[in-house]
Ligand binder design. Structure first.
Ligand SMILES: [Ca+2]
Ligand SMILES: [Ca+2]
Ligand SMILES: [Ca+2]
Length: 806
């Protein structure tokens, strides 16, 4: 074939043999079998949205051109004009990665025109796919006549063995090594319009579900095993701990074949993940806040890293202020009506940036951490990155003076005054402040050294090594000279979690019910997925923080065991199914409507990707001495035949109830099951079964109902004639092992007995004053206590008709 060609840097396979024949025979679109699922994979193929989704092929360093919109269109108002082409491959390109599939056939059409007065009378053009590296394939060809619109119209089939993870379509002229020797022949401008590639619809996005058990039963770190999250900031409100996390899951894209995701790209992250817990072990997933980006709460920001939150009453209203890093260049804040939103932006520009007084020399104006003092004065700590090059070389490594403290004004969304230097030794990022017993603690992450810091790279004695969490103690939240340095409170996490878990860290400290806790991250879930070869996806951890008598901090040891559960879990209420102590194989997704448990404007999530064999579990659920009677779930069946087994203590523990998910497919409904033998404190496993290979159902909420408490009593009633009148007699025997009060009530009177002993009877014979009464009923009310809880049991008893003589 004339089109088969080889290049020094790129190999090509021509797929044109059939195309030429088809064109010659006058084949038109539709020659390939049309399937219902066919779709046009090209976005903005008619250029009516200008150049959106198009760019110039940049597969080789030498490629280059100018792409512009032109009104010289084949159809509509606009086409694309490519000029200043530097190579034959320099032409309009669109990325079809993830859309085209190996083994599939596609029909490609497009209109193309060139008008170079010095050019040839006719010219061949190619539509070509770049599969990455040096792999290029010419897909469809057309020979155009100068000054006239020509039409690409042909089919191509991607070889079944072709790797299509990179697939970028572009338009070009036939290759030659030295096109500049005759630019009129090889590098002419051309115009493109009405591009389409029609074929099988793109495959569904690859699953992000984490299939391994990422948080092992019995362990409390990482906090969650079904998604990632970094830079955790712990925040206590109304008896719960909230963790705000950089959404590391956003760029996670495991290859369906290998299960391995490309390395994390922080530039993809513009959401903040929120989880919360009443006990530090069972965490509710509140989903993601779309903070930045075009659809974000603050669309004038691009990224949302390293959140920090606080609350303050402003103008009589309690508000929540969530600060975050907009990449390295600035920091910003959004405002919440609750810890779970809804969120709004009170600002239309970033909060901390190059014009913030005192921050001019800070390389990275990021990692904002708020702190509100006891007197209500708010502060913000931020900054990091390499030391200013204006610093003396001797100081740049050890005292880079790259972190700042600044006051916020009462609005919480504006600074006041000038930022002060936090002279934290070997500082890099992640400043955070808390207060304990009248003193302020500033903690931060140290840098790993390197060229950016210049000067002497020798740490001073006692200064932190690379990637450690150091801290300072001061009497003044705005004054942090280097003399306030107090040591390392957490070494690098790789010291505890081993190979693959190194890298930077980011910490916070919070106080919850009398104890202090330290939050940090480590790629431990990533390690459970991929072994020691991690891709940088981080997970939140918590350890307890202990202090020495002089107020210094005892160095924290990172463990998978984590912290103790603060309290047992209360099952007797409606609670979100997206609450896990541990889980296997499930994912969550946000749905319309607010949370049944958290109400108001709190978002609601459901558990999805529930397959046969998946499970979720709750740690230390307290069913009480009398236990649970039944469990109810709000579910949406996705297939027939699904079931939920309720098990105690392990995923293979005894089944204490089976909930059939037999409700109509596709509809939300409640399903329930009676429980047997569920009392006391247990871990509870919900194990999911049903047909293999399909998603079984989605889960919104759970609720347990306590067994009804009853005082045991045996009640009898009779009627007899005494002295010409009928008497109705009612007897109630106390069958419990403690005294009870008994009240007997009939239409003929009422009598109460106090402290009826175990086994004793309360007996009352009521004179009806009648010679004949019909059958009727009497009521026995028993009052007592079970397990310290006041209980009343009411029984109704039938008495027969009675008559005297007759
Ligand atoms: Ca057009
Ligand atoms: Ca699953
Ligand atoms: Ca839910």
């Amino acid at each position: 074939m004339a089109q088969r060609m080889r290049r020094a840097t790129r190999g090509r396979v021509a797929a044109l043999a059939t195309v030429g024949l088809m064109l010659a025979a006058g084949f038109v679109t539709g020659a390939a079998p049309v399937q219902a699922a066919d779709a046009d994979l090209i976005v903005n193929g008619g250029f009516e949205d200008g150049l959106a989704s198009w760019f110039v092929n940049n597969g080789n360093a030498a490629d280059g051109a100018q792409l512009s919109a032109t009104s010289d269109a084949f159809s509509g108002a606009t086409a694309a004009l490519v000029t200043s082409r530097t190579t034959t491959g320099s032409g309009p390109m669109q990325d079809l990665s993830g859309k085209v599939q190996a083994g599939q056939a596609y029909t490609l059409t497009a209109r193309i025109k060139y008008e170079n007065p010095n050019g040839p009378a006719t010219k061949q053009f190619f539509a070509t796919m770049h599969y990455g590296g040096g792999t290029y394939t010419n897909l469809v060809s057309v020979t155009a006549t100068k000054g006239q619109w020509a039409q690409f119209n042909g089919t191509f089939t991607i070889p079944s063995g072709q790797v299509v993870s990179t697939a970028r379509l572009f338009f070009e002229t036939p290759w030659t090594a030295t096109p500049a020797t005759d630019p009129d022949l090889h590098l002419m401008d051309f115009t493109l319009d009405d591009v389409s590639v029609v074929g099988a619809a793109p495959p569904a996005p690859a699953s992000k579900t984490i299939e391994v058990v990422g948080k092992l039963p019995g362990e409390h770190n990482p906090l969650i095993g079904h998604k990632f999250g970094a830079d955790g900031f712990g925040f206590v409100h109304d008896g719960r701990v909230y963790m705000y996390l950089t959404n590391d899951t956003q760029g996670y894209a495991p290859n369906p074949a290998t299960g391995v995701s490309p390395g994390i790209n922080y530039g993809d992250i513009n959401q903040i993940t929120v989880i919360s817990s009443p006990d530090l072990v069972n965490w509710t997933d509140h989903g993601e806040i779309q903070v930045a980006g075009p659809n974000g709460v603050a669309p004038f920001t691009t990224n949302s890293w390293a959140p920090g939150i606080t609350k303050k009453v402003v103008n009589g209203q309690e508000k929540f202020f969530l600060y975050y890093a907009n990449g390295g260049g600035s920091s910003n804040v959004i405002t919440g009506a609750s810890p779970l939103g809804p969120w709004t932006s009170e600002r239309t520009s970033t909060l901390i940036n190059g014009s913030t007084p005192g921050a001019e020399d800070v390389a990275w104006k990021f990692d904002p951490a708020p702190f509100v003092d006891d007197d209500g004065q708010p502060y913000l700590y931020f900054g990091g990155g390499p030391a200013s090059t204006s610093m003396p070389p001797a100081e740049r490594f050890n005292n880079p003076k790259n972190i700042r403290a600044i006051e916020l004004d009462d609005s919480m969304v504006a600074t006041q005054g000038t930022a002060a230097v936090v002279d934290a030794p070997v500082a890099f990022e992640a400043g955070h402040v808390f207060k304990r017993e009248g003193r302020y603690y500033f903690s931060y992450s140290s840098h790993f050294g390197g060229n950016d810091f210049g000067g002497s790279q020798q740490p001073l004695p006692g200064y932190p090594g690379g990637g450690q969490i150091g801290y300072l103690i001061s009497d003044n939240p705005m004054s942090w000279p280097k003399e306030t340095y107090a040591g390392v409170l957490f070494p690098n996490q790789s010291q505890f979690f081993g190979a693959g878990t190194g890298g930077n860290n980011h910490q916070s400290v919070f106080e919850f019910e009398g104890k202090y806790y330290f939050t940090y991250h480590a790629p431990t879930l990533n390690k459970r997925i991929n072994g020691n070869t991690t891709q940088g996806y981080r997970s939140p951890h918590i350890q307890e923080l202990a202090f020495n008598p002089d107020g210094t901090i005892q160095q924290v040891v990172g463990t998978y065991a984590g912290v103790n559960q603060v309290r047992d879990f209360d099952p007797y209420r409606v609670f979100e199914a997206e609450t896990f102590g541990w889980s296997k194989g499930v994912a969550t997704t946000k749905v319309d409507g607010s949370s049944a448990q958290f109400g108001g404007a709190a978002p609601n999530l459901v558990v999805r990707d529930i397959d046969n064999g998946d499970w979720t579990a709750l740690s230390s659920v307290n069913f009480g001495a009398n236990g649970a009677q039944r469990v109810t779930a709000k579910v949406r069946a996705l297939a027939a035949g699904g079931q939920i087994q309720v098990r105690l203590d392990t995923a293979t523990g005894p089944v204490v109830g089976t909930v059939p998910v037999d409700t109509p497919v596709g509809q939300w409904a409640e399903v329930t099951a009676e429980l047997e033998g569920v009392s006391g404190v247990h871990d509870v496993y919900f194990t999911y079964t049903g047909p293999a290979g399909v998603d079984l159902f989605e889960l919104d909420t759970w609720s347990f109902r306590a067994a009804t408490l009853e005082l045991p009593v045996t009640v009898t009633a009779s009627a007899r004639c005494v002295g010409g009148k009928v008497y109705v007699a009612v007897q109630a025997r106390n069958d419990s092992d403690a005294p009870v009060g008994i009240t007997v009530q009939s239409p003929y009177g009422e009598r109460s007995f106090a402290a009826v002993a175990p086994g004793a009877n309360a007996y009352q014979s009521f004179n009806t004053r009648a010679v004949s009464v019909p059958a009727g009923s009497a009521t026995v009310r028993v009052t007592g206590a079970i397990g310290g809880q006041d209980v009343t049991t009411v029984r109704t008893v039938q008495h027969p008709a009675g008559t005297c003589g007759g």
